[in-house]
Write a protein that binds this ligand. Structure first.
Ligand code: ADP
Length: 498
């Protein structure tokens, strides 16, 4: 049914597949049909404790603790190879469990996950310190060691890719990990756990804990044995996590929501702008934290842009995610469909003009027509709040200053884009947009080598990816080796550290 004869649905703790201590399980459903896909063990607080102590043990003793960076890198590379070899099955699994169209997952999620593993495999033996010549009578230098046990808590929109974004740098740095996949999409994370064992990762280095946010997730956040929480999800949960983490002063990285502005100037290449702006809204059915759903279009091209965007929305192929022709899959759940339909209603009530879509497709699964509203305003709720569905709000503007003012008037700051043939203007406006990533004349790219994260507010803090992510998973140590001669004077008391 899942494409795997032997897909594990138990908890991965200490290299073993275990039943949950409570004996409870939960069901995952196919978003395209509403049918059940699998029964998965449901971890609770006690299982979380077992997973953290397994990760702690693997961190401090056993083969992982003494492995060289080069050896860690080799394991990450083997894991990348195993993902590559299993691409078809994993793409299918993401479609069944998460409603993600196979065509897009094959092009994006799997290559990105594999590339991310290989990129951090390359870093694993290059995590070094510096010699700082602070004194003549001492050799003073820094080293960088693993931060410790990492709780990686990930959402359902890119289940495998997001897990890898956290696991790959954490393992490269020598950390051990407890991965908590989203309760709506646990299956690919479980498969990743098996592949990591097959790649030679020692027991306990990667534990996989399917379960609910308020149970397994919260238990990890509150556990004093966790050294770093790396979370991707909603701003509300991110806020709670930051508060709860303060009890143990656990480090947090939070990649949260988005409602990204996409600014199209009069002098844009309109063909490219329409094509990629549509992808920026509708990719993954809009369930993307960097979706470009606030579309600011300059007066001179506004009407043509709206017309062409609506036509493009209408041309998307809505349907079964397993069909390679499908370009727009279902929303993740009935609850999400209701929420998005609620926002469509809000847009109507607030006076925006519906120019494409707006309705549910069929009565099986959670499909929504790709939807475009024109005549939106920055003060409208549906144009301000993150919808996480295929809904665009087009807002008219005139001139650079107005574009920047409107684009920056948002609690979110994950990403932004602009379209212009004027290179000077493009650089200038890119500098003024408040966002962790700015795309110029394109939309939506990420790369393992480039840092990714919010510029504060409801988009969160910290960076995944790039060299920057190594900071998340390492701790710097200063080492002071006295070079004083045996008969040198003892240090004066005031020179001793407090
Ligand atoms: P979304 O709106 O995308 O579902 P959530 O923030 O609810 O985002 O969920 C993202 C991840 O966070 C999921 O793995 C979920 O189980 C987990 N989660 C939800 N609530 C909590 C919590 N209180 N503590 C820890 N993890 C949580």
């Amino acid at each position: 049914m899942t494409g795997f004869d032997d897909l594990e649905t138990r908890l991965l703790i200490d290299g073993e597949w275990r039943r949950s201590l409570s004996g409870e399980r939960f069901t995952t459903y196919n978003p395209a049909t509403g049918d059940p896909v699998a029964e998965v063990e449901r971890a609770d607080r006690r299982d979380a404790r077992a997973a953290v102590s397994s990760a702690r043990h693997a961190l401090e003793s056993g083969p992982w603790a003494t492995m060289t960076g080069a050896e860690r890198g080799r394991i990450l590379r083997r894991l990348a190879d195993l993902l590559r070899a299993e691409t078809d099955a994993l793409v299918g699994l993401e479609a069944l469990d998460g409603g993600k169209p196979v065509r897009a997952t094959r092009r994006q999620d799997l290559p990105a996950a594999i590339d991310c593993l290989e990129y951090y495999a390359g870093w694993a033996d290059k995590i070094d310190g510096v010699v700082v010549p602070a004194r003549r009578d001492a050799l003073t230098f820094t080293t960088r060691g693993p931060v410790g046990v990492v709780a990686a808590i990930v959402p359902w929109n890119f289940p495998l890719m997001n897990a890898v974004w956290k696991i790959a740098p954490a393992l490269a740095c020598g950390c051990t990990v407890v991965l908590k996949p989203a309760e709506l999409t646990p299956l690919s994370a479980l498969r990743l756990g098996q592949l990591a064992l097959d790649a030679g990762l020692p027991p306990g280095v990667l534990n996989v804990l399917p379960g609910f946010g308020k149970e397994a997730g919260a238990a990890l956040v509150e556990h004093p044995g966790v050294n770093k929480i790396s979370f991707t999800g909603s701003p509300g949960v991110g806020r709670w996590i930051m508060g709860a983490a303060s009890a143990n002063l656990t480090r947090v990285g939070l990649e949260l929501g988005g409602k990204s502005p996409n600014v199209v100037f009069d002098d844009a290449d309109l063909d490219a702008a329409v094509r990629q702006s549509a992808a920026g809204v509708f990719f993954n059915a809009g369930q993307v934290c960097s979706a470009g759903t606030r579309l600011y279009v300059e007066d001179g091209v506004h009407d043509e842009f709206v017309e062409r965007l609506a036509a493009r929305a209408g041309a998307l192929v809505v349907g079964d995610p397993l069909d390679p022709k499908t370009t727009l899959g279902p929303l993740i759940s009935a609850g999400q469909l209701d929420k998005v339909l609620g926002y469509v209603e809000t847009g109507r009530r607030e006076g925006a003009a519906l120019v494409a879509g707006g309705g549910r497709v069929g009565n099986r699964g959670h499909f929504l027509e790709p939807t475009v509203f024109a005549g939106a305003g920055n003060d409208m709720r549906f144009a301000r709040e993150e919808i996480f569905g295929p809904v665009a709000a087009v807002i008219r503007f005139k001139g650079e200053d107005e574009a920047v003012r409107l684009a920056n008037d948002s609690p979110y700051s994950l990403a932004a884009a602009l379209w212009s043939r004027d290179l000077g203007r493009a650089h200038h406006v890119a500098g003024r947009l408040r966002a962790g990533t700015v795309w110029v004349n394109t939309y939506g790219h990420t790369d393992a080598r480039l840092p990714w994260g919010g510029h504060g507010g409801d988009s969160g803090l910290g960076r995944d990816l790039g060299e920057a992510a190594l900071e998340n998973y390492t701790e710097t140590k200063t080492v002071w080796v006295s070079l004083a001669r045996p008969r040198a004077e003892a240090p004066r008391p005031e020179a001793l550290a407090a």
